[in-house]
Design a protein around this ligand. Structure first.
Ligand SMILES: [Zn+2]
Length: 145
C-alpha cells in the first residue's frame, strides 16, 4: 500500500509539472510570437538600410573615380551590392523596378524602385507591416519630403 501511494504521488507530481509547463507555454507563446514579429521587422529594416547603403557606396566610389553621373551603371551597382552583401540575385521586373527574394527573415520579397532621374532607390518589403524604406541622405543629395 505504501509503495502504491508513493507512485500515485509521483504521478500527481508529474501531472502538475506537465500542467504547469502547458500553462507556461500558453502564456509565453503569444509573447514569443510578438517578440519574433518585432524582431523580424527590425532585422528586415536593417537589411534594407545595409542594401541601400552598399548601393550608395558603390555609386559614390564611381563618382570619386570621376565617372560622370550619366555613365554610371546603376543597375550593376545595385546588383553587385545585393550579391556581395546578401548572396542574393536581383531580378529586373521592369525599367527601374527590381525584385530580391530571401533576405527578409519573415519571408517577404523586396521590390526596389530606382528613380529614373536621381537613381535613388527605395525598398519595399512585401511582408505585412514591413513597408517602405529609403535612406535620408544619399550621394545624390538629401531626400525631398
Ligand atoms: Zn521584410
Amino acid at each position: 500500500m505504501r509503495s502504491v501511494s508513493k507512485r500515485d504521488r509521483r504521478r500527481a507530481g508529474i501531472l502538475i509539472a506537465g500542467a504547469a509547463l502547458v500553462l507556461a507555454i500558453a502564456i509565453l507563446h503569444p509573447w514569443y510570437v510578438r517578440y519574433m514579429t518585432r524582431y523580424n521587422s527590425e532585422v528586415c529594416e536593417k537589411a534594407r538600410f545595409v542594401l541601400e547603403d552598399r548601393y550608395n557606396h558603390r555609386v559614390e566610389e564611381q563618382m570619386k573615380q570621376g565617372v560622370s553621373l550619366n555613365d554610371i551603371d546603376y543597375e550593376d551597382a545595385l546588383r553587385q551590392a545585393v550579391r556581395q552583401e546578401f548572396g542574393a540575385d536581383l531580378t529586373a521586373v521592369r525599367s527601374g523596378e527590381y525584385e530580391v527574394k530571401g533576405i527578409c527573415r519573415a519571408g517577404g520579397t523586396y521590390t526596389i524602385y530606382m528613380d529614373p532621374s536621381t537613381h535613388r532607390i527605395k525598398t519595399h518589403c512585401s511582408y505585412p507591416g514591413h513597408g517602405d524604406y529609403q535612406m535620408f541622405t544619399t550621394p545624390f543629395g538629401t531626400k525631398q519630403a
